[in-house]
Design a binder for this molecule. Structure first.
Ligand code: CA2
Length: 146
């Protein structure tokens, strides 16, 4: 482990399938591609990223707690569909002092009505959405400056 500031990048359900389906909405990059882009950018910014994905709500809750106990400086969180449903994830965000930046590939506000509500957004410091994979790098640039 390096002594560079640590930033967690947490990804929720179905994002392991990125690049394989619905490229019109989510683009062609896989989550591994995005992780590679973030690692390159992190090197330039002098920070360290820890990129993870889970299809399980409780893992995301545990990792938010872990980000805090490991002294992470920020969390980038694309909670996938849990964004719109999970009070447990909102409570976890509120239970830690680490700033959480909500990230989305698409812009949920231009999509179905059920995507317009964001529990994650109620606890997040900021939201970056609609830039495809660039949403993550924009959020990382901002997080590194916090
Ligand atoms: O735009 C985003 O990043 C979302 O968080 C993606 C979620 C969606 O439920 C949110 O409303 C917005 C869905 C992720 C599903 O990822 C897939 C990837 C490839 C193929 C199918 C789904």
């Amino acid at each position: 482990m390096s002594d560079r500031p640590l930033i967690y990048v947490l990804n929720g359900p179905n994002l392991n399938l990125l690049g394989t389906r619905e490229p019109d909405i989510y683009g062609h990059d896989t989550l591994d591609d995005i992780a590679g882009q973030l690692e390159d950018r992190a090197r330039d910014l002098g920070v360290e990223v820890d990129v993870r994905q889970s299809n399980h709500e409780g893992h995301l809750v545990d990792w938010l707690h872990e980000a805090s106990s490991r002294g992470a400086k920020a969390v980038l969180l694309n909670a996938g569909a849990y964004t719109h449903t999970s009070i447990a994830i909102l409570d976890a965000i509120k239970s830690i002092k680490v700033p959480v930046i909500e990230v989305h590939l698409s812009n949920p506000h231009t999509r179905e009505g059920f995507r317009h509500k964001s529990y994650v957004g109620m606890g997040a410091k900021a939201t970056v959405a609609g830039f495809g994979p660039m949403s993550y790098t924009v959020a990382l640039d901002a997080a590194a400056k916090l």
